[in-house]
Design a protein. Structure first.
Length: 429
């Protein structure tokens, strides 16, 4: 599979010809919102076996072979050239498919309101073949130890049909906000806590959940050890049922990192107690802040490189956004950016006829445009290049896999690139 970035004046028919593909195949693979109006800088996946590489200044057969993880002698043989032959600039080399590594993938799905939108169930069905876990968000813990259930609809059936482990996400949210007081009660009142665990077990059995996932955030720093003790108690209870236990963790860069979102999340202890963690490596760029990449590769790497010093890499799932934001400029404190899907990002660039730039430092696409009302906007989102950079980091650090927040935002290139890079592990029932 090839990632192609549209150049000025390129048409889809020309791109198809370059790679020996077809307009129809490229359009369908990318669910192109603008097949007759491609945007300069738009990244597409070309559905071919293997890929092509054009020789750049400074390249040698050896350097290219290292880049793609193939012996230089094999690269020469495949392309019918001598190992000693000087490479001319622009020479096209065929790169065979690279070996896949095994990884696990999770996706949260969050119904809002009183019904589940049909489009959200469709998104779950389309993503489920590429997932290890499917995670309806969320069961909200109540102060008496009971649970407020999310809308589940067909999600358990979708998980069963695709051999997904159904993940029971439990949060300390009240009125859609994380509550430190609710956390304090659940972690310190043993009567409530025992009732809470009993209700979790009964509910998990009722629906067929096989991973119990605690997303407890904004906890009091004083409850750090109480949270660890609770997780040990929960783990021992769930193991009797043959279930996994997992947690969501804030993106920290040191054990000493302070703050309401960080202190109570003890990386080392979670790494010892639970089966795996999801580290929420996104929201550097967020709806209430200034325009920037949502998950820039540098800060993501920094968090994960710290994490693997405290938690076995095979227990770490990288958190990844399936969305971007459209900010109105200049940024004003209290304003809120509009969330968009990667496909909507491309549509916006096409509508306003502006090229998509790729920020090499953040490894993320971005562009600016002027809306009809005269206001300037700045957009950051995800594309095939940015997600491939994250997949490469997963392989480099030997992580367990990736967890997506959240389904319902169209990003077809992501799922195709999972298939290209990984063998998705499906846990036996």
């Amino acid at each position: 599979m090839q990632i192609h970035v549209v150049r000025p004046n390129q048409r889809l028919s020309q791109i198809a010809q370059i790679y020996g593909s077809s307009v129809q195949d490229i359009t369908e693979a990318n669910e192109l919102p603008n097949p007759n109006n491609l945007v300069v800088g738009q990244a597409m996946v070309i559905p071919i076996v293997g890929s092509f590489y054009w020789v750049q200044p400074g390249d040698s057969l050896w350097s290219i072979s290292r880049k793609f993880g193939i012996a230089y002698q094999e690269l020469a043989r495949i392309n019918g050239i001598s190992v000693n032959q000087p490479l001319s600039l622009g020479l096209r080399l065929y790169i065979p498919p690279r070996p896949k590594t095994r990884a696990e993938f999770n996706a949260y799905v969050e119904p809002r309101g009183n019904t589940v939108a049909p489009a959200l169930e469709t998104a779950a069905r389309e993503a489920a073949p590429y997932l290890t876990y499917l995670a309806p968000f969320s069961f909200q813990a109540l102060r008496d130890g009971s649970l407020k259930e999310p809308l589940l609809n067909d999600f358990p059936a979708i998980a069963r049909a695709n051999n997904n482990t159904l993940m029971m996400v439990i949060t300390n949210q009240e009125n859609d906000q994380f509550s430190d007081e609710l956390g304090r009660i659940l972690l310190n009142d043993m009567t409530v806590q025992n009732r809470f665990l009993n209700n979790i077990v009964a509910t998990a059995k009722k629906y067929g959940f096989r991973d119990i996932h605690f997303d407890f955030e904004f906890l009091r720093p004083a409850d750090r050890e109480a949270y660890n003790q609770f997780l040990r108690k929960a783990r021992d209870r769930f193991k009797q049922e043959g279930w996994l236990i997992s947690t969501a963790l804030a993106p920290k860069t040191s054990a000493a990192q302070m703050g309401e979102w960080y202190t109570a999340h003890d990386y080392k202890s979670h790494g010892e107690i639970v089966d795996f963690v999801v580290i929420m490596t996104y929201e550097w760029g967020y709806s209430g802040g200034p325009a920037q990449a949502v998950s820039p590769i540098g800060p993501v790497r920094q968090v994960l490189e710290y994490a693997i010093t405290e938690i076995p890499p095979g227990k770490i799932m990288m958190g990844q956004n399936l969305y971007g934001y459209d900010w109105t400029l200049p940024f004003v404190e209290g304003s809120v950016a509009r969330a968009i899907s990667p496909q909507q990002g491309i549509e916006l660039a096409a509508r306003y006829n502006v090229p998509i730039q790729y920020d090499a430092k953040a490894q993320a696409p971005t562009f600016k445009y002027k809306a009809a009302d005269g206001k300037q906007h700045e957009v950051w989102f995800e594309d095939a290049r940015s997600i491939q950079a994250k997949f490469d980091l997963i392989k480099e650090l030997k992580l367990r896999g990736m967890s997506y927040w959240k389904l319902g935002l169209s990003f077809p290139q992501n799922w195709l690139l999972i298939q290209e890079n990984f063998n998705v592990f499906k846990r036996p029932s």
